[in-house]
Design a binder for this molecule. Sequence first.
Ligand SMILES: Cc1cc2nc3c(=O)[nH]c(=O)nc-3n(C[C@H](O)[C@H](O)[C@H](O)COP(=O)(O)O)c2cc1C
Length: 334
Amino acid sequence: MSLQLNGPLNTLESPARSPIKRILVLSYSQTGQLAEITQSIVAPLQQSGHFAVHIETLRPVKPYPFPWRFFSFLDAFPESAQLVAPALQPLTLTGDEDFDLVILPYQVWFLAPSLPITAFLKHPLAKKLLAGKPVVTVIACRNMWMLAQEKMKGLLAACGARLLDNVVLVDPSPTMTTLVTTPLWLLSGKRDFLPGLPVAGVDAASIKAASRFGFALRDALQNDQERGTAPLLTGLKAANSDPNLLFSEKAGTRSFYLWGKLLRAIGEPGQWHRRPFLLLYVVFLITLILTIVPLSLLIQAALRPFLQRKFAALKQKFDEPSGSGIERMSLYEL
Ligand SMILES: Cc1cc2nc3c(=O)[nH]c(=O)nc-3n(C[C@H](O)[C@H](O)[C@H](O)COP(=O)(O)O)c2cc1C
């Protein structure tokens, strides 16, 4: 699915302020899932007629394949974990545009922001475009995004951007199921590769309901709320974190980082001599997934009564800034 450029382009070319508010939306999606979610959020802004929405599609010089081949999928982890960005094709922006709001949707790759998004944030133009600007991040992934968002915060801070909100949509199936269905989807191109297993990815109802964020942004922008420091999307169940996954995310992040360092010392992305080590790593990773993930979930379930306070504090931290409250849902429900 492709996103449409909308809004008078001449208002984007001039750095002078215009009465119409300008919104920059970044776009990269392999299966179309994140593009569909972005479209659901952006449509109310486009349809209101009050905004010039510029959608910038990111195109890596060397495109990532979809469906992925086994080795190219694994081969993406060292650079993802170490935030080593690939080259992007030239952007259509010059850096002199002056946006009122930036919507930054991203998918998670190996517990980090996906490489095309990292590439944008490390692009020389990103600082010019994002410095001082309010940013809404939108994550769509399997279900492990908490530490990726911590990395995202660092990348945004390096650009001088102001993170106002974070929206998260995840695959609704249980973690151990998605650890099977997601790789099958990404390697086969089919969401329902194995009969009997749930369809992989974010469910259609959640994608449609994401339009509530677009309507709320429309109202907030019309009241100049993006100029303040308070989040614009509270009370809309924007980010419902699950701290039970934090232990697994930490273990995974550490192993991706250390093995990633080793693999990067061995060779460049795509070089054949990384393959034996990637194979070794995949054995280690599958062992990790089959042991650490279920074990940590089980232990945490058993300890839940004793860890309630700690978990509540962690949940609050990772739900921020937009939160998981639902008090404004009725205002924007379709
Ligand atoms: C290389 C790769 C690594 C991924 N790693 C993670 C991950 O660590 N955590 C997660 O929740 N989802 C992960 N995913 C799933 C993606 O976040 C995303 O949901 C999926 O790729 C569809 O995104 P799309 O909109 O680009 O098609 C990964 C996907 C890819 C391709």
